[in-house]
Design a protein around this ligand. Structure first.
Ligand SMILES: C[S@@+](CC[C@H](N)C(=O)[O-])C[C@H]1O[C@@H](n2cnc3c(N)ncnc32)[C@H](O)[C@@H]1O
Length: 160
């Protein structure tokens, strides 16, 4: 994959945003498949805003954005657009890859996905625990991080 491949977004969006009452926010959203998606397909390429460790530690972690920030090896990234709206599943149908230099997160189908299925990622095993929250999806045992590109990179700042 070259630099420009990482920067480009999929030509035709294969997803739509739908109300997800189970996630509990006043305006609760999730991302759903608008058509069948084949394993390996690039579902979304989210451009990100870079946030330094200092800025995160001193400010952003005390704000709502803390629930939307990806941890990327000591730096923090806020995914723009649909990239910030994927909900968590312990058996996610998407992998995500953080391209730190390009400030892009790619979301890729981890298996074949049916139209109408929710497109989920994993936030890691302790994300909800660290926030005194509970995942409200019944997805069974977490098969651990095999679906993650890098076990050190996940949504939130569990390592701090
Ligand atoms: C990155 S946002 C995802 C989009 C969010 N649903 C929205 O509408 O803005 C993360 C927030 O979504 C909610 N969320 C995501 N996955 C969830 C799950 N499996 N169970 C309960 N809440 C979830 C939590 O409130 C979490 O703080």
């Amino acid at each position: 994959m070259d630099r420009n491949d990482v920067l480009s977004t999929p030509v035709a969006p294969c997803h739509k945003i739908i109300h997800t009452p189970y996630t509990g926010e006043a305006v609760a959203r999730g991302v759903f498949a608008a058509r069948k998606i084949a394993r390996g397909e690039l579902v979304e390429a989210a451009h990100c805003i870079f946030i330094s460790r200092q800025e995160y530690t001193n400010h952003l972690r005390f704000t709502t954005l803390e629930h939307y920030i990806f941890h990327a090896k000591g730096d923090y990234l806020l995914a723009l657009g649909v990239g910030s709206l994927f909900n968590h599943s312990s058996r996610p149908c998407l992998d995500f890859r953080i391209h730190r230099e390009q400030l892009v997160i790619n979301y890729i189908a981890a298996r074949n996905i049916e139209e109408g299925e929710e497109l989920t990622i994993t936030y890691g095993t302790v994300w909800f625990e660290d926030r005194n929250m509970q995942s409200r999806r019944e997805d069974g045992e977490d098969p651990m991080h095999h679906h993650m590109d890098d076990p050190d990179s996940f949504l939130g700042a569990v390592m701090l």
